[in-house]
Design a binder for this molecule. Structure first.
Ligand code: MAN
Length: 351
């Protein structure tokens, strides 16, 4: 059952609200923002995806090199070209991305109307492991700093990068903390005992699958004691893959995690899980059905339709405001009640 109350201003941000940051490019998509509070404002760290203005008979896409941006181009009628997925170009055994993603900041006083602030410039991929871009940034607010985890994409890998900041102006880059193939990393916002905890999503193509794992660390950089906490479920909304959303929410019942699940047809919905407060490897409950599905027109049609995907939210008492990417093209927001989610989870408790 879909229990998300969409904001009547949805989509709150769309590609035409921003100017491309890269010369001669257009913004194709805004996606999946991380969310944080900075002083009195709400901040979004938005994944922006750009590409060259497309010519009719060619497909062109940007990559980073040591010398700056470089545009690659293929003839659309080239028999070696596979463009069946709007996100990916497959050519002679090599995968490329149709767009290049980077991170851009927007701020708001009321949590609904967001604008850019020139004091907070975009962050582009800057390392060889980021030559196809950086994506889906989650922000966890810990005692000493904001911790930003994001996907680093390059021809050799998809892995999880970490940077920390206190002011969103100076960033301390910590490098790749979860090696390939891995994404969807959400750091817990407090330690349990003396350990940091994180959800992450390794992919195992032959044995296993695209499942949510939990790991612990003494310093937030070196991770161990990996445990698989949630696998795909046949004939469910999360039958093909699933991954954590934003940092789990601490409730009296346990850690509440909103996650995304997708089917083989790439329909992305949101579900919820409840995990033991002291031992978050123990899943207490998981929703049988999605709590949010792509049902609004802007969630069904766009760059990549039938997608609701969240990795950022605000908690205010019982009110959970999620910011989410719809159809991989626009940014939207919706409100949910934490107690309502916990009630649904009560009827889905695992013995
Ligand atoms: C992947 C990621 C997300 C994206 C979904 C749907 O999980 O690239 O950023 O929203 O696919 O395309």
């Amino acid at each position: 059952m879909d229990i998300a109350k969409r904001n009547h201003l949805n989509p709150i941000l769309k590609p035409s609200d921003f100017k491309p940051a890269i010369e001669d490019m257009e913004i194709a998509c805004l996606l999946n923002p991380g969310v944080f509070r900075l002083k009195d404002r709400v901040g979004l760290v938005i994944r922006v995806a750009e590409r060259p203005t497309q010519k009719i008979d060619k497909i062109s896409f940007p990559i980073y090199t040591a010398k700056g941006f470089w545009v690659m181009e293929f003839d659309k009628d080239d028999p070696d070209l596979d463009m069946s997925d709007p996100r990916v170009i497959m050519y002679k055994g090599q995968n490329y991305l149709t767009t290049l993603s980077y991170l851009r900041f927007a701020f708001s006083e009321d949590g609904v109307h967001f604008t850019e602030d020139e004091n907070y410039p975009p962050i582009f991929g800057s390392r060889e492991l980021e030559s196809f871009g950086i994506e889906d940034c989650r922000v966890s607010t810990l005692e000493d700093a904001y911790y930003l985890t994001f996907t680093e994409v390059s021809p050799v890998a998809v892995g999880v990068g970490l940077m920390t900041t206190k002011d969103f102006k100076y960033f301390d880059h910590k490098g790749m903390i979860f090696p390939p193939h891995n994404k969807d990393c959400a750091l817990f916002e407090e330690k349990i005992g003396d350990r940091y905890y994180a959800f992450h999503r390794p992919s195992s193509p032959e044995l296993g699958g695209n499942y949510i794992w939990l790991a612990e660390s003494p310093d937030c950089i070196h991770w161990g004691n990996h445990q698989c906490v949630a696998t795909t479920r046949e004939e469910h909304f999360d039958s093909a893959r699933l991954g954590a959303g934003a940092a789990p929410i601490k409730t009296s019942e346990g850690w509440l995690e909103i996650y995304h699940g997708a089917t083989a047809e790439n329909r992305y919905c949101l579900g919820a899980m409840l995990l033991d407060l002291e031992n978050p490897a123990k899943v207490l409950a998981r929703t049988e059905n999605p709590i949010m599905e792509p049902i609004a027109p802007y969630e069904q049609t766009g760059f990549f339709g039938n997608v609701v995907f969240t990795n950022g939210h605000l908690v205010d008492g019982d009110k959970l405001t999620i910011y989410y990417g719809a159809s991989d093209e626009v940014i939207c927001m919706a409100e949910l009640s934490i107690s309502e989610i916990l009630n649904i989870l009560k009827s889905n408790r695992q013995s």
